[in-house]
Design a binder for this molecule. Structure first.
Ligand code: RTP
Ligand code: MG
Length: 137
């Protein structure tokens, strides 16, 4: 079953010049790009995107981080695209959880500046694609 997933190359990865490396890994995996755009993230979009974390202690810092510089937003399509990108990304904590060979495992050191976002379910992907690329419906 073909799925879609919403991916963000976060401000740390864009600033470090890792966008091309990350997009290359996505393409080599066989996932198809159906939308791709550099975006300056407004406080409104950031709050909508991270609504599930509003009560968490790291929420304020997370919103500050995600609005600190441009991100590259993308929609990927392919069989099991949601899980396939989460596998490419690795676990949330780049050192304690992400394996070597994953994006976070290879390039990350800190939990917050962990390079990429990927939707965590098909339902989350629908919600997030509506936020970032409403025209894709
Ligand atoms: P994402 O949503 O970005 O794909 O990452 P995720 O599912 O692996 O992690 P999630 O639990 O949804 O957390 C969202 C983002 O918040 C930052 N975070 N900081 N300081 C902390 O303890 C902490 N925990 C999470 C990370 O940027 C994480 O990706
Ligand atoms: Mg998440």
């Amino acid at each position: 079953m073909t799925e879609r997933t919403l991916v963000l190359v976060k401000p740390d990865a864009v600033a470090r010049g890792l966008t091309g490396e990350i997009l290359a890994r996505i393409e080599r995996k066989g996932l198809r790009l159906v939308a791709l755009e550099l975006r300056h993230v407004s406080a409104e979009v950031a709050a909508e995107h991270y609504a599930e974390h509003v009560e968490r202690p790291f929420y304020g810092s997370l919103i500050e981080f995600i609005t600190s510089g441009p991100v590259v937003a993308a929609v990927l399509a392919g069989p099991r695209a949601v899980a396939a990108f989460r596998q490419l990304a690795g676990g949330t904590d780049p050192v304690a959880k992400a394996e070597t060979g994953s994006i976070r495992g290879d390039f990350g050191l800190e939990v917050q500046e962990n390079l990429v976002h990927g939707s965590d379910s098909v339902e989350s992907a629908k919600r997030e694609i509506d936020i970032w690329f409403p025209a894709l419906g």
